[in-house]
Design a protein around this ligand. Structure first.
Ligand code: KG4
Ligand code: ZN
Length: 338
């Protein structure tokens, strides 16, 4: 491993509330460290100022731990890949500054990575890697989109949410149900023991776009009306409400994914991002894959939610394809190509 001709990439991710670092050696992830920030749970959502401060405390220990776990020293690194955006500006700045400091100190390339592209590339971490073109459904706390991945450098967004993201819908509805942030995994767990017996309507959105804010309003009025008649309604029916919300959100996601796969004729299908950890998403997608003969790629759980392995693997493929950019880039907060 002392040979510098192998590609050793350090990936750094700090776009939201997790400080993460990972090492990729020749396309293989050898360490993947995530420092979660528990501080936000008491506020019911991520507090940007607190996130930036926590990143600043966590960033050096996270990088050191990732290097140590990988058995790699700084002088062996070939490049540093870092999340450029989208995300919270103060949080992104912490990761970008750390990466710039390392890259300039070590005189190695720095590879700015779009967080959304990196989620898509998370399906290239584990074998078998998908063959192009890939139809990728990205479902996270901030984004819901369908992308045709023609190559590592050519990604075409064909559908996206017009309002809330799928994870955001889970989190906001969970808040109405009195659940702590992030509520997505808790609703998933409750739903496993419940029945989806309350019916909510699917949003009627053209083509391959999504909408989840209408469901949020439906659930809000539903809970208000039920609680008027029965004060203990939520306590007594929490699992069934969770199962009903989950089946509606997952139903909307799967319907669009299925129709887009049929329309494009693409059989290589990936689901990535935090919500791809959802048990019903995974089961429903497996059923669709069996029905339509898809090669389905859903990353293992540590690569679904925010992580730096997906940043490192994207950096690796960008380095191989020679598309590394060296300019003095700055972070961006909203989606843009980059
Ligand atoms: O990809 P991610 O870690 O961060 C963003 O880039 O947003 O996704 C976080 C989102 C949160 O909204 C969280 O509630 C949701 O993913 N999530 C889940 C599950 N695990 C995480 N939603 C539903 N079911 C889950 N099992
Ligand atoms: Zn993410």
């Amino acid at each position: 491993m002392s040979n510098k001709s192998t590609n050793i990439i350090l990936g750094i991710e700090s776009s939201c509330d997790d400080t993460a670092a990972a090492v990729c050696i020749d396309g293989k992830i050898v360490s993947n460290v995530v420092a979660n920030q528990d501080i936000h749970a008491q506020y019911g959502g991520v507090v940007p100022e607190l996130a930036s401060r926590a990143h600043l405390s966590n960033i050096v220990p996270a990088i050191s731990a990732a290097l140590k776990e990988a058995g790699v020293t700084l002088d062996q690194l070939s490049a540093v890949a870092v999340t450029r955006g989208p995300g919270l500006l103060g949080s992104l700045v912490v990761g970008v500054c750390a990466a710039k400091g390392l890259a300039s100190g070590l005189s190695i390339p720095i590879i700015p990575v779009n967080h959304m592209d990196a989620h898509i590339m998370s399906s290239f971490i584990e074998l078998p890697i998908p063959s192009f073109p890939v139809l990728s459904l990205t479902v996270s706390g901030g984004h819901t989109q369908l992308t045709i991945v023609h190559s590592v450098n050519q990604m075409e967004v064909v559908g996206k949410t017009r309002d809330d993201a799928a994870g955001e819908a889970f989190d906001k509805i969970g808040k109405m149900m009195g659940l702590p942030y992030p509520a997505g995994p808790i609703i998933d767990r409750l739903a496993e023991a419940g029945q989806p017996r309350f019916k909510f309507t699917h949003a009627d959105v053209p083509e391959f776009d999504f909408s989840f804010s209408g469901l949020k309003t439906q659930v809000m009025y539903f809970l208000r009306d039920q609680l008027k008649n029965e004060a203990d309604f939520l306590e007594d029916n929490k699992k069934d409400v969770a199962a009903s919300v989950r089946s509606t959100i997952v139903g909307m996601l799967m319907n669009k994914l299925e129709s887009c796969a049929i329309d494009t004729g693409i059989k290589s299908v990936a689901i990535v991002g935090g919500v791809s950890a959802n048990r019903l998403v995974r089961r429903s997608a497996e059923n669709l894959a069996a029905q339509h003969g898809w090669q389905l790629h859903i990353p293992s759980l540590p690569y679904c939610t925010d992580n730096a392995a997906m940043i490192a693997i994207t950096g690796y493929y960008r380095l191989l394809s020679g598309t590394v950019r060296h300019e003095n880039f700055v972070p961006f907060t909203r989606y843009e190509a980059g």
